[in-house]
Design a binder for this molecule. Structure first.
Ligand code: NDP
Length: 284
């Protein structure tokens, strides 16, 4: 029997309805959750992501603003914008759209965001909190991927989880989240020898590689949950890291691309922004 589909569109719809409900409750108390997205330069893919984030805010009743900065902006000017947004009480979440133009220092810019407004969860305090089991903000893509894994209803404790990819924004936080769920986690990367030896043992396999169709059926354990984080543009089409048609015949659950993790990422950004506004209300 082919794998069941973990549908990011359907899950997002349900979650966004809940988010809208909580936003309208906050609004009744005079607070509109607000997200500011900083976009430096004219990267076409970033333009699309930023537009989708703004639309997500509109759809759920949140306030959003896009701060457009020229490609030539200096580090000081960029950080001055972040400082301004840190002080702006209408803004509960700040996101610096990556990648930044090459001459800018992304780590320094991210460190400038107040951790409680860091809705991407990339600030070192939030990363450290995830590592040490704290209550910090969790990065949107792995948070969305974990939500999808949980929707299978499978008891995750003791399961073998393999994450392919060790980036700070996907692979590493994903591994930490699965560890929190009491999975036995293996992180693979470009230097891993005999990758398929690891992936074939995975009850849960997360692919965050950035290569279209990289994970093939022979690399997957029968009955596995397969989560495809990849977004790769091939001949004008968006493709995942997993060879969907073949892997679907082996796995028990699988996420499609498009309509899988990508959709959930923006939904989790909205959730993180809402939660930042709720926390700000409690603190006030
Ligand atoms: P990075 O390029 O930062 O990381 C890719 C990882 O894959 C690296 O750790 C790299 O290893 C590893 N890798 C590369 N080649 C191989 C190989 N042959 N065998 C094993 N491992 C390999 O990418 P990101 O983590 O930022 O993103 C990964 C994918 O997810 C991309 O397609 C990206 O577009 C997508 N993405 C999707 C999002 C969504 O919303 N769905 C959000 C963010 C990203 P090494 O460290 O050794 O170089």
């Amino acid at each position: 029997m082919p794998a069941r589909i973990l549908d990011g569109r359907v899950m997002s719809e349900t979650l966004r309805a809940e988010i809208s409900q909580r936003v309208s409750e906050l609004k009744k108390r005079g607070i509109t959750p607000g997200l500011a997205v900083i976009l430096a330069g004219n990267d076409p893919a970033s333009e699309i992501y930023v537009r989708n984030k703004g639309n997500g805010c509109l759809e759920t009743g949140m306030y959003s603003e896009t701060v457009r900065l020229p490609e030539s902006i200096s580090q000081e000017e960029l950080e001055a914008e972040i400082d301004r947004l840190n002080q702006d009480s209408r803004i509960h979440g700040i996101l610096v759209q990556l990648p930044l133009p090459k001459h800018l220092d992304a780590a320094s810019a991210l460190a400038r965001i107040r951790p409680e407004k860091d809705v991407d969860g990339f600030h070192l305090l939030n990363a450290g909190s995830l590592m040490t089991g704290g209550e910090g903000v969790i990065p949107c893509t792995p948070k969305g991927a974990l939500y999808m894994i949980r929707q299978t209803g499978v008891d995750l404790a003791g399961k073998d989880a393999v994450v392919i990819g060790r980036s700070n924004i996907v692979g590493k936080p994903m591994a930490m989240l699965l560890l929190r769920e009491n999975c036995t986690v293996t992180v693979c990367h470009s230097r891993t020898k005999d990758l398929a030896e690891y992936t074939r043992r995975a009850d849960i396999l997360v692919a965050a590689v950035g290569r279209a169709g990289f994970v093939t059926a022979d690399m997957v354990k029968p009955g596995a949950i397969v989560i495809d984080v990849g977004i790769n543009r091939v001949d004008g089409k968006v493709k995942g890291d997993v060879d969907f048609d073949s892997v679907r015949e082996v796995a028990s659950w699988i996420t499609p691309v498009p309509g899988g993790v990508g959709k959930m990422t923006i939904t989790m950004l909205l959730q993180n922004t809402l939660e930042a506004a709720e926390r700000a209300e409690k603190k006030a």
